[in-house]
Each structure stands twice: as structure tokens, then as C-alpha cells.
Design a protein around this ligand. Structure first.
Ligand code: AMP
Length: 222
């Protein structure tokens, strides 16, 4: 099963991917997490990626496509994967279709998360992450029990450098210009599942995850 997560920054792609990964027992692959790991380890790729990430821009397609091509060869993703944050351009989506065709596989479904814009910024500035176990918190909606400490593993929480108001504006612009055309791309392939994630209707990531799991079972998606 190959699931793609689409959505603007702050819609909760990472949260829903993590929950789906547990429910469906397939790994989550986040290109953003891979880039951040390279940045922390000061690799050449990390240095390159940081230039783009810090400005809210996308890392160039050729670099990102090669990275995913390698990752999809690895053993742990052979029976399924949740792609969290890839593809982000039509060129990446076409490259993914080609890669999968060569592996006799195809995209099972694309989950498109939408959230009202005014909620997005609140979520981004209040987001904290555990660098150790990847658990995600929101200081208002889902705070850790002990200030700045992960409930699950006790590690200190961190805030992403690009989770600030200015970079968020650029990330949102990038999303609308370069990534949102993918909604059409997957709709035309009949692979789009859209869900609204919003406090205003009391529908959060865990509710969407439950709906998606039911949808997968009902429609025998593999
Ligand atoms: P994310 O953790 O998914 O929010 O990604 C953080 C940042 O990493 C993005 O704002 C981009 O700069 C970069 N990035 C992640 N995935 C991709 C991708 N598929 N293509 C290009 N850049 C990406």
C-alpha cells in the first residue's frame, strides 16, 4: 500500500501519517525529517537543503527525487509506505509514478488535508516536536504534561526553525504555487481522499485517521 499525504504546512500531515503508520503497520517516510537529519549531521545534502528550507522554499526536484528513489529501494518499505511530504511538485509526482511503475507498484491513495488558513498559523507557531521519538505537541491544543518534556520518552522538546510567522508565509505561498496542483493531479487519477481538519468542526488528526482506516477497509484499498 502506498499512501501519499498532501496538505499545506500545519494541516497535520505528520500527525496523521504517524497515526496511520501505527494503525496500518507500514512505515512513514517524511522527506522533511530526512532533510532535517542531514542538517543536524552537517552533511553536504543538509547544507544544500537548509538554504531552501530556511526560506520556505522547496529543495530542488532532482535532489529530492533521487533521495526518494533510494529510500524506496529499502527493504522496510517494500510492503507499504506512507509518504509524508513527497511529492510536492507535479515533476516529483510524475517521477514517483515512473519509479513505482518500474517496481510494478502504484499509488494506492492520496490523503489531502485542508485546514482554514487562520488555524494553520496558530498550529505552526505552537508546534513542538520530540527529536527523539518524533511525537508532536501543540502548546495550546495538545501540550505536554511537563513543560517542554516529551510525555512518551522524556526527551526535551524542540521547535522547528522554519516554524515561525515569516517562514510560514513563504511556505504557504510555496504550497499554493507548487504543491496544490497535485490535488488536481491525483483527482484526475481518481486517487484523492480529502478531509477537513479543523477545530471549528471539532475534527482533528485522530478523527481523520479513524475515517481513513475505515475508508481503506471498506474500499479494499491495498
Ligand atoms: P516538512 O517537514 O514536510 O514540512 O518539510 C520541511 C521542508 O523541507 C519544506 O518546507 C521544504 O523546504 C523541504 N521539503 C520537504 N519535502 C520536500 C519535497 N518533497 N520537495 C522539496 N522540498 C521538500
Amino acid at each position: 500500500m502506498i499512501i501519499i499525504m498532501l496538505g499545506a504546512p500545519g494541516t497535520g500531515k505528520g500527525t496523521v501519517s504517524g497515526m496511520l503508520s501505527n494503525e496500518l503497520n507500514i512505515p512513514q517516510v517524511s522527506t522533511g525529517d530526512i532533510f532535517r537529519k542531514h542538517i543536524n549531521e552537517h552533511t553536504e545534502l543538509g547544507e544544500l537543503a537548509e538554504k531552501y528550507i530556511s526560506k520556505g522554499q522547496l529543495v530542488p526536484d532532482d535532489v529530492t527525487i533521487d533521495l526518494v528513489k533510494d529510500r524506496l529501494q529499502q527493504q522496510d518499505v517494500q510492503s507499504g509506505v506512507i509518504l509524508d511530504g513527497f511529492p510536492r511538485t507535479v515533476k516529483q509526482a510524475e517521477a514517483l509514478d515512473n519509479m513505482l511503475e518500474n517496481m510494478n507498484k502504484n499509488v494506492s491513495m492520496t490523503i489531502n488535508l485542508t485546514t482554514p488558513e487562520k488555524e494553520l498559523i496558530e498550529r505552526i507557531v505552537n508546534r513542538r516536536q520530540c527529536p527523539n521519538c518524533k511525537a508532536s505537541y501543540n502548546l495550546v491544543l495538545n501540550p505536554p504534561k511537563k513543560e517542554n518534556i516529551c510525555d512518551k520518552c522524556g526527551h526535551e522538546l524542540t521547535k522547528r526553525k522554519d516554524d515561525n510567522k515569516d517562514t510560514f508565509k513563504d511556505r504557504l505561498k510555496t504550497y499554493f504555487n507548487q504543491t496544490s496542483p497535485l490535488v488536481d493531479y491525483y483527482e484526475k487519477q481518481n486517487k484523492l481522499y480529502s478531509a477537513l481538519v479543523s477545530q471549528s468542526i471539532n475534527k482533528m488528526g485522530k478523527d481523520v485517521t479513524k475515517d481513513v482506516v475505515e475508508y481503506i477497509k471498506k474500499n479494499h484499498i491495498t
